[in-house]
Design a protein around this ligand. Structure first.
Ligand code: KG4
Ligand code: ZN
Length: 336
């Protein structure tokens, strides 16, 4: 990849339930501060948009200050501000955008809006500092499950996506039904450690040649299983069976995507990419296929400012920047 924007870039991320700010200098992540709202949303079992926006308002300035402090830089030394402006919860996004505009305007430096998924897609380069192009990316998070052909930074084509729930939602909803708390992905992974993944038969939807996903039937199947088994239900076995059902489908579609596109490089990104079983299985399968495999360290899988600073840096490097009219958008396709 081309050299990055030469000055320190501040990256802000507030699209969902993490308030994050990071400072990137060249390829060097000088700081990546994440304030999670998980405890706030736990009692509802999911993100409540108004509560999320209010929590971002409270957290954003302390998080930015902490990121600057850890990077040993002052605001006066920041050369540009990158911020997630789409897609996401509009109230939540607006907090980050307002802060980014104020900081960039006050310092007279460029402002650049970043598509949240572009941040995830490029996050695989944060540790390795390079990525093969073209490559296929499996993006799996709380809101997205997509296979994307990445031709170059800024040039993306969706190969397949979910028809209903995202993989992270399947983990979160399944975890809730099993009484494992929120967010569910990590809780399911930990509960599954001692469980038998073959104990309960759970569906793997959409067999055949498709590159699409469907996880809504899995949630219903876990609900039926919990009702049928009642007190007898083994939570570790159910968690292991749920994790295996999700991982099986993700691995099978990702391998199918690299075969059908004949692109022998795969990346795994997004919050669900933190899942140990998925990382191991995809890495093994790619090796068997003779394809390269990259996934970021887990702190860059879940939402973070560093990936936004990186995607913003690459946009700035290509001469792009946004006006003070930059707006939040609930839905938006990937740049093509
Ligand atoms: O990318 P992310 O932080 O936020 C969105 O953009 O959605 O992803 C959050 C999702 C949640 O659904 C969470 O349960 C899932 O990532 N997740 C995991 C793990 N860690 C986080 N899923 C499976 N295993 C994990 N270890
Ligand atoms: Zn995300």
């Amino acid at each position: 990849m081309s050299p990055l924007f030469g000055l320190p870039v501040l990256g802000l991320e507030t699209s969902c339930d993490e308030t994050s700010a990071a400072v990137l200098v060249g390829w060097d992540v000088r700081s990546n501060v994440v304030s999670s709202q998980a405890a706030l949303h736990e009692r509802w079992g999911g993100v409540v948009p108004e509560a999320a926006a209010r929590a971002h308002v409270e957290a954003i300035l302390p998080v930015v200050e902490e990121a600057l402090q850890q990077a040993r830089l002052t605001l006066a030394e920041i050369g540009a501000v990158a911020v997630t402006n789409r897609p996401g919860l509009v109230g939540a996004l607006s907090v980050g955008i307002t802060a980014a505009k104020a900081l960039a305007f006050a310092r007279g430096v460029p402002l650049v809006g970043v598509h949240h998924l572009e941040g995830h897609l490029l996050s695989a380069a944060l540790a390795t500092r390079e990525l093969p192009f073209p490559h296929v990316a499996l993006v799996v998070s709380g809101g997205h499950t997509e296979l994307v052909l990445v031709r170059a930074p800024g040039s993306y084509e969706i190969l397949g996506e979910t028809r209903d729930d995202a993989a992270g939602e399947a983990f979160d909803k399944g975890a809730r039904l099993l009484g494992l708390g929120y967010p569910g992905g990590y809780a399911v992974q930990e509960a599954a450690r001692t469980g038998n993944p073959k104990r309960y038969a759970l569906p793997r939807a959409l067999k055949g040649e498709s590159l699409e996903f469907s996880f809504s039937g899995l949630k219903t199947a876990v609900l039926r299983l919990a009702e049928a088994e009642g007190e007898r239900l083994s939570v570790p076995d159910a968690a292991a069976s749920l994790q295996a059902a999700i991982v099986d489908v993700l691995v099978q579609r990702a391998i199918r995507a690299i075969r059908t596109t004949r692109v022998s490089a795969l990346t795994l990104v997004g919050g669900v990419a933190a899942n140990e079983s998925l990382r191991r299985r995809l890495s093994d399968e790619c090796e068997r296929e003779g394809a390269s495999f990259a996934t970021p360290p887990t702190q860059y899988c879940t939402d973070n400012g560093a990936m936004i600073a990186l995607a913003g840096s690459l946009r700035l490097e290509r001469g792009q920047r946004d006006s003070w009219q930059l707006e939040a958008m609930a839905n938006a396709g990937l740049p093509s």
